[in-house]
Design a protein around this ligand. Structure first.
Ligand SMILES: [Zn+2]
Ligand SMILES: [Zn+2]
Length: 392
């Protein structure tokens, strides 16, 4: 398929997906449409046990290496206000993170790879992943075992502020380790006129919120990025009653599990201090939701070269405190997560976010080149030649 036809085909797919956003693990229409378009393109769909999302395969030389390309397919509970003539038709739901762009680009890569299957040195698996936005889709996909034979994996995310078609990538961790916490402060409620007969959980919670701000500002190097935000406070029912309890929730983010764990443990110490000083009881729990992405340095260099060969501009990717569950694949499979500019007037997750569809065919070509090129390289020689430079 020539580039102009590919672009117009993908734009028509893209506007359909943009009109029909679905939340994590509810992507039934999206999955059905992806299936239909893959079948139309003659692409084999594997029998992976997934309720939503799917895994397809382009088989080249049997017994060759296996590479994977991943796109996420879920949308967000955001009411769209971007003024598009192909706006979301599902009230309260919007493709505000550009996953419609990702999955359309992967459909384009499927079309291109299908045409080139005879010259493919191995197998390329096409992974349309459900529920990236915090619902654990990557874990569900890994648990199917359908990626157990994959040698390398590549994925792509739109970048709002970058000009359309520019590729941004960097080695190492580019997306943060994301944790969440919950603090339930249990006091003793009563009459607001008699605070001395109560154990006021609001005052204790307020101390915790304020003191928590010092964990990073006073305890973590300014050169070591970390975030702690209290994002939810629930307490009380009216103005003259001291409530019995107060709930706090929030997030901790850093670029390593160790750093995040240290911050979370310090928050626990602040909670214990509040128990002591305010006479309340505190239930404190925290967990890691997503690990940092981890771009293999040699493969990152190779991916950048591949993009340049296709005539794309490549810039370094500034690390983000956002999370990305592509990290879970990278814990088992070497790979690269890269970004493509879509020139949006608003940031990701904003109701005014707009992914310019102009670089869809370029994204498709890049994904296809990564899947195919990695298979060829792995078949030739299991290591890229410049890896020797890093060996010492
Ligand atoms: Zn998102
Ligand atoms: Zn996203």
């Amino acid at each position: 398929m020539d580039k102009t036809t590919l672009q117009s085909t993908l734009e028509s797919y893209f506007t359909w997906f943009h009109r029909h956003p679905e939340l994590g693990f509810e992507e039934h229409k999206t999955t059905a449409r992806i299936r239909e378009l893959l079948v139309q393109a003659g692409v084999e769909i594997l029998d992976a046990p997934l309720e939503t999302g799917l895994i397809a395969r382009i088989q080249g030389r049997p017994g060759g290496p296996v590479t994977a390309l991943r796109a996420d397919i879920d949308a967000l509970p955001v009411t769209e206000a971007a003024g598009l003539d192909y706006a979301s038709e599902h009230p309260g739901c919007m493709h505000a993170c550009g996953h419609d762009f990702h999955l359309t680009a992967l459909l384009g890569a499927a079309i291109l790879l299908r045409e080139e299957a005879e010259t493919l040195a191995g197998t390329v698996k096409l992974l349309f992943q459900p529920a990236e936005e915090g619902a654990g889709g990557a874990r569900v996909v890994l648990d199917t075992g359908y990626l157990d034979d994959v040698d390398e994996i590549y994925g792509l995310h739109v970048m709002a502020a970058l000009a359309p078609g520019i590729i941004a990538l960097s080695p190492g961790a580019t997306y943060a380790t994301v944790g969440s916490f919950r603090i339930l402060v249990k006091g003793r409620g009563g009459h607001a006129a008699e605070p001395h007969r109560c154990k006021d959980p609001i005052v204790a919670a307020a101390q915790i919120i304020t003191k928590a701000q010092t964990i990073i500002s006073r305890g973590v190097s300014p050169f070591d990025p970390a975030v702690l935000s209290v994002t939810r406070v629930l307490a009380g029912t009216t103005w003259n009653v001291i409530p019995s309890d107060t709930l706090l929730e929030g997030t901790i983010r850093a670029f390593s599990v160790e750093k995040l764990t240290g911050i979370a443990e310090n928050l626990g110490k602040i909670c214990r201090g509040a128990e002591e000083s305010d006479g309340v009881e505190i239930e404190y729990t925290w967990r890691i939701n997503t690990y940092s992405t981890n771009n293999d340095p040699a493969l990152t260099e190779w991916a950048a070269e591949t993009a340049k060969t296709l005539g794309l501009s490549v810039v370094p990717y500034p690390p983000t405190m956002g999370g990305e569950d592509f990290a879970l694949y990278q814990q088992r499979i070497p790979g690269v997560f890269l970004n493509i500019g879509v020139g949006s007037p608003q940031e990701l997750h904003n109701p005014g976010f707009i992914a310019n569809p102009a670089p869809l065919s370029a994204a498709a070509e890049l994904l296809a080149a990564l899947g195919k090129g990695a298979a060829a390289r792995l078949a030739r020689n299991s290591r890229p030649p410049w890896r020797n430079f890093h060996a010492g």
